[in-house]
Structures are given as structure tokens and as C-alpha cells.
Design a protein around this ligand. Sequence first.
Ligand code: DX5
Length: 226
Amino acid sequence: MKIVPSVLPADFARLGDECQALEKAGVDRIQFDVMDGRFVPNLTFGPEVVASVRDAVSVPFEAHLMIEQPDHLLSRFIEAGCQLIIVHEEACVHLHKTLATIRELGAGAAVALNPHTPVDTVAHVLDLLDMVLVMTVNPGFGGQSYLSSMEPKIAAARTVLDGADRWIDLEVDGGISANTVEGAAAAGANVLISGSALYRHPEGLAAAVKELRQLATGAYRRPVTG
Ligand code: DX5
């Protein structure tokens, strides 16, 4: 079970310190929500910002590219220090080629699926995947409400990924909190993105990470395949 914070709620004036606090809190990776103002109606940061905090921590980085034409920036985010690159299926005309390029550049490759996008769109690229991200909100902003209607899709995704000849992680992103994490884990998610719930926890980041991990681990069920 992996707990991966989104940095969206962090204080960007102290992003390096914030990453160190996340690492100290026991997170497994840190996710940078990259938005271009076109694929999603919000704009965040580029590879230079990721590079500026890379040496502040040793925990792995993942870049969630909520951008059109991600091919242009793959190498920049990997050179900036991201070990995992997540592209949106909806933004990739040649998804197979894009994933192969990410792996050739030495990073892990993942595909994110917006709520409307069927799981079967990744069925023919499993050999290139290290992870699939099932969005539990429509991307663009933190603090949105979890879409529990995505739980059957999470379970369906786990079944598709189990058809691969090796393990592929299943991540969820959007509205993940102590109130929603058990539903996502019970459906088969084993990597959990959380932003606002982690930062709003009354007992701080470490307590929030520990609580999410405990709840998710207790609820995690491998759906019966077939
Ligand atoms: C949506 C963003 C958010 C963020 C997590 O585009 O990707 O899902 O990472 O935000 P919370 O945990 O606040 O929903």
C-alpha cells in the first residue's frame, strides 16, 4: 500500500521544506500535479520547479502530466528527477509510442484515465505499464469530492491489470481521505494520492499518512477476477 501526496496544497514559497516534511511523514513518493491550462482548466508548474526541490529529499517523484501533447516534455521531467511519468490516455494520440519513450528514457510509465474513459483503453499496452491511475475526480483542482461511482471501474481496472504477466500498480487520485480511502482500497487501489485531506489533518502530516495507510491496508481486497 503506497501513500503518495499531491503537492497542490503545499506552500509553494517553501516547496523544498514542504517536500522534506512529506518525506519525514513517511510518504512513499511525491506527486507533482502538472497542469497546462488547456487539458485541464488550471495551470501549475513545469520541470524547473520539480528540479528545484529534487535534491531536498531522496523520496521518489512522480509527474502527473495533465497536459496536452505530453511527448514534448517527457525528457524534461525525467531529467528534473521524476522516476515515474503519468500521461493521460485522453491526451495521447499514440499512447503506445509515448509509453515506450518514457521507458526508453529510463522512467516508469503510467496512464491516467479520466472518469469517462474506459479501462479497456489500456488493455493493449499492459506490457509498457508500471501503473494505471483511475481518476476519482475530474482533473484540474484539489479539494473536490470523491466520485464513488468510480469504484466499479477501479475493480475492473484491477481485473484488466491482473491479465498482465507481472504486477502493475493501481493508483487513485481525487478526494481520497479517511472517509473515502476504504472504498477505493476495497475496489483494488493500492496507491493512494491525497492532497487536501493530508494537509488538513488536525494531527499533522505523519498522523494523516499513518491513518490513510492503516485504513487502506485494512480495507484492501483483491477483487475476484473473472
Ligand atoms: C486533480 C488533482 C487532485 C490532487 C489531489 O487534478 O490531481 O486530485 O492531486 O487533490 P485532493 O486530494 O485534494 O482531492
